[in-house]
Ligand binder design. Structure first.
Ligand code: ADP
Length: 294
């Protein structure tokens, strides 16, 4: 980490203050102030988890490359043997003087622009997926390229989470899950265009930048159906109405989104079940019962 700091800040790179920040689920996060007064954001994890950070950087770089919405500037990531062994990610500390008056409209418009940006370069060999596998929380996400969104969502999203969660399910729910996987094309549709997604768009994963607008952080990026990002913004309580109004004005939703929304969120609820335990089982079971015959 010292080399990364020295490469950017020369002999002003000494660390003056390090303060722990709460909020993340996976990593230890810090505000780091340099001798020159500059504040940086630092994430630390075990040395063997460097791929959390390399994949986060890939996702942030993909989002930044669309030019549609801001992300923090990355300074570097790597492993550190000098201090307690760790892997680290260093980036710009996002700070604001407050939200602009049209914060939610701007966010909706910018997210729509990101979803409408060309996405072909992010999925060599297919239309849906990503150049590398990455993580949703601490769970590995398979991003193998697929030609079909519905097949991608079945093979790379729902099926691996179902198989990891199978010990939580009574036989009846296992049957429902298998039925749903076999009949997913009855419910999901192919998108009008493949979109670069943030992939983990809950309210903890955007912060307000110095322009007063929302900046995206901590993505689990891949190329998929834009609806999956919107659905996640509704999973733990919706964002304010102007966000959705502006989004839809810029990128109208395909008919039937509301009927598909719970299926996209089933992926995140299964992931929460797998990561955090059975508090999430009833919500998963409710969705299984909604879509599969009794
Ligand atoms: P984790 O990978 O552990 O989930 P996050 O990336 O979500 O960690 O970061 C934890 C918290 O730190 C966020 O909820 C946010 O409030 C804050 N944060 C994240 N990135 C930055 C940043 N670049 N600048 C300032 N604060 C940030």
């Amino acid at each position: 980490m010292d080399e990364t700091l020295a490469a950017f800040f020369g002999n002003q790179a000494g660390i003056q203050r390090l303060e722990r920040i709460s909020g993340g689920d996976i990593n230890n996060a810090y505000s780091l102030t340099l001798e020159n007064g500059l504040r940086l954001f630092l994430k630390i994890n075990a040395i063997e988890n460097l791929s959390f950070f390399s994949t986060e950087v890939e996702g942030l770089s993909a989002i930044a490359s669309t030019g549609a919405i801001r992300t923090p500037r990355i300074l570097g990531y790597g492993t550190d043997n000098d201090r307690p062994k760790c892997s680290f990610l260093l980036m710009e500390f996002v700070m604001s003087k407050g939200r602009r008056a049209d914060y939610w409209e701007t966010f909706g418009r910018q997210l729509a622009a990101m979803h409408q940006a060309p996405a072909g370069q992010f999925v060599p060999g297919g239309s849906f997926g990503f150049s590398h596998d990455n993580y949703i929380g601490a769970t590995k996400q398979d991003n193998s390229a697929h030609a079909s969104w519905v097949a991608f969502f079945r093979d790379c999203r729902l099926a691996p989470q179902f198989s990891r969660a199978s010990h939580h399910f009574p036989a009846k729910d296992k049957k429902r899950a298998n039925w749903l996987l076999d009949h997913l094309d009855r419910f999901l549709v192919e998108p009008e265009r493949p979109s670069l997604l943030h992939g983990d768009l809950w309210s903890g994963n955007f912060v307000t930048g110095r322009d007063g607008a929302a900046w995206l952080i901590d993505p689990a990026a891949y190329v998929g159906h834009a609806e999956a990002d919107l659905a996640m913004t509704e999973l733990f309580g919706r964002l304010p109405y102007p966000f959705y109004g502006a989004y839809q004005e810029a990128a109208p939703l395909q008919p039937g989104y509301r009927d598909r929304r719970d299926l996209y969120n089933l992926y995140h609820l299964l992931n929460h079940l797998n990561l955090f335990g059975e508090d999430y089982l009833p919500a998963v079971q409710r969705i299984l019962r909604k879509y599969s015959p009794a």
